[in-house]
Design a protein around this ligand. Structure first.
Ligand code: ATP
Ligand code: MG
Length: 332
């Protein structure tokens, strides 16, 4: 079975619909006929300051959400990144293979560092994509299911893999991004030209999977829509409405064209009201299941430990090859 790998940061109390539709739903689907490794990226989370207690809680909440969504530990290795030291170890080797200018071109760093001023951003935030390359390459995956915002990081990953392979010896597989076009960029409800983001969106712009369903419904009903009144999919002219249609279509399985027909002659309010109900029906059981899982922390931590053991075995084997090829002396 082809391997897949992906990760998500524990940088909020809840995942949002961008995470779910852009990436996590594909994780669940790919389990059927792939060999998956999925991790909670706590090493990445500390590229910006985190409260230790909150970070720990959020990592466990992240795990509970993944299980509630349908990640099955019998099929997938699910683990916490910091529990597999090979990530940081390969990260260092790859940093030494990355050009400074090459790292500087990453647009996510430009966006994320702009807020605090580049000088105040951590070096970790700068080298984040290189650690991400290590996360991926350790498992030699065929596919990496992510949202559109990760495409550039995936290209860097492939470049680094190729560079290592040609400088030393073929070690890494060149992974393909697995990005579903329809849901690759779910927009912020209040600023529909920007992506919904855990750390950058305002509370009103983000639909959290674990929010009180009533709150989510209200956010959908208050989403920014566009001038005019026609319900039509057009991301240039009507980014707000198009985003609502995208979410509707993804949750109901109705083609966008069919939705356009269904709403012909009706107003934005109708679309928002219907979508609010669809969202409520979706999040209500998800939230209950997550809270149940969170009640049994012993079970959660044991699933994560098993995941870390399985992942660690694969990762350490790759790291041993890398260390040997780079010229490090093996421990006796
Ligand atoms: P942060 O703001 O802390 O970076 P995030 O919301 O971007 O958080 P990540 O943990 O960085 O979430 O990303 C997890 C996965 O979700 C990645 O595969 C990413 O591409 C995907 N993703 C994030 N936001 C969206 C979005 N708005 N639409 C589609 N996919 C998304
Ligand atoms: Mg992100």
């Amino acid at each position: 079975r082809p391997r897949v790998l992906s990760g998500i940061q524990p940088t909020a109390d809840s995942f949002h619909f961008g995470n779910y539709l852009g990436a996590l739903r594909q994780w669940v689907d790919l389990q059927r006929d792939h060999q998956p490794f999925f991790f909670i990226a706590d090493l990445h989370a500390i590229t910006v300051e985190q409260d230790p207690k909150v970070l720990r809680e959020r990592s466990l909440r992240a795990a509970a959400q993944l299980l509630a969504m349908g990640i099955d530990p019998a099929r997938s290795s699910i683990f916490i990144q910091s529990q597999v030291p090979a990530h940081a170890q390969l990260g260092w080797v790859l940093q030494c293979l990355t050009g400074f200018g090459e790292a500087r071109r990453m647009t996510q760093f430009k966006d994320k560092s702009a807020k605090q001023g580049e000088g105040a951003a951590s070096v970790g935030l700068f080298t984040y994509p290189v650690l991400q390359a290590a996360d991926i390459l350790l498992y030699r995956p065929h596919y990496v299911p992510v949202g559109e915002d990760q495409r550039q990081h995936l290209e860097l990953t492939r470049d680094l893999a190729q560079r290592f392979n040609s400088r030393y010896k073929k070690t890494f597989r060149l992974p393909e991004p697995y990005i579903l076009k329809a849901t690759a960029k779910i927009a912020d409800l209040q600023e529909p030209t920007r992506k919904m983001s855990k750390s950058a969106s305002s509370a009103a712009g983000i639909i959290d999977m674990l929010d009180d369903p009533k709150v989510s419904a209200k956010k959908v009903r208050s989403a920014v829509t566009d001038s005019g009144s026609e319900i039509r999919f057009d991301t240039e002219e009507k980014p707000g409405v198009s985003n609502l249609l995208t979410i509707h279509s993804a949750l109901t399985g109705t083609a966008i064209g069919d939705l356009e027909q269904e709403y012909a002659g009706r107003g934005y309010g109708d679309l928002k009201k219907d979508l609010a109900e669809i969202v409520v029906d979706f999040v209500t059981p998800f939230r209950e299941r997550t809270l149940e899982l969170l009640d049994d922390q012993a079970h959660l931590t044991s699933v994560l430990q098993q995941g870390a053991e399985a992942a660690g075995a694969v990762a350490e084997a790759t790291l041993r090859d890398v260390y040997q090829r780079v010229g490090f002396v093996a421990a006796a």
